[in-house]
Design a protein around this ligand. Sequence first.
Ligand code: IPD
Length: 267
Amino acid sequence: MPIAEELHDLAIEIAREAGELARRRRTEGVEIAATKSAVADIVTEADREVEALIRSRLAERRPGDGFLGEESGAGGGESDITWVVDPIDGTVNYAYGIPAYAVSIAAVAGYPRPESWEVLAGVVFSPANGELFHAARGHGAWLDSTRLSVNDETPAGALLATGFGYDPATHAGDLARIARVMPLARDLRRGGSAALDLAYVAAGRLDGYFERGLNPWDHAAGDLLVTEAGGIVGGAGPGDTASNDLIVACGAALYERLLTAALNPQV
Ligand code: IPD
């Protein structure tokens, strides 16, 4: 089996098991384990446990691969493949009992930073409703067994999503960006999980998504979902890859206008 498909099948298997653990822990009650970059940036015991499960399953099945996870950091491997993992994307939703959270697992080739990597496989699993978004490079993006396609034309304005970083000092810039983008929008959503936002762009449930301040594990799997569904994912300049500075994801007809509106040289 070609490598992207093999990694894709493994990512699905592990994401389902990890998602089931996250869902079970949620029903048992969630404990905040620590705060990270800001008081609003929390990690739950479940984030740590789910990431440990994913990491150990990958170590058993693909011992030579590297790992980059939100909670346990990076570990180098001997192969060219790194697994980029957010065990629970949408942690604040998870902690509050809002079901919009997801396990995000991507397998990337090359140096494991968004500007250098090539995403080979990506899975975003939503344990609360069992939806599994998945893609292997060159094989399309899927929701379970339904092939996905981004929306292109948005004659009534675009249904857009965004998010806010945890650092309150960045909120004024985020709000200024929203003000510039709103003329393109029919409405705006703030779902609370970047991985699901990207999966929804791939599925045509959103027309576009933009955000500043994402980490690589928030968007690795979602990036591939969008591009395999025919969309574009980019960063803060023409031709740039998505990064902490900016991610913009949508169909080709909207892309240049959304990127131009989202760019904010003052922030
Ligand atoms: C967060 C979510 C959120 C986004 C934040 C991310 P986390 O990830 O994806 O939607 O706005 O920027 O940090 O902390 O829940 O894994």
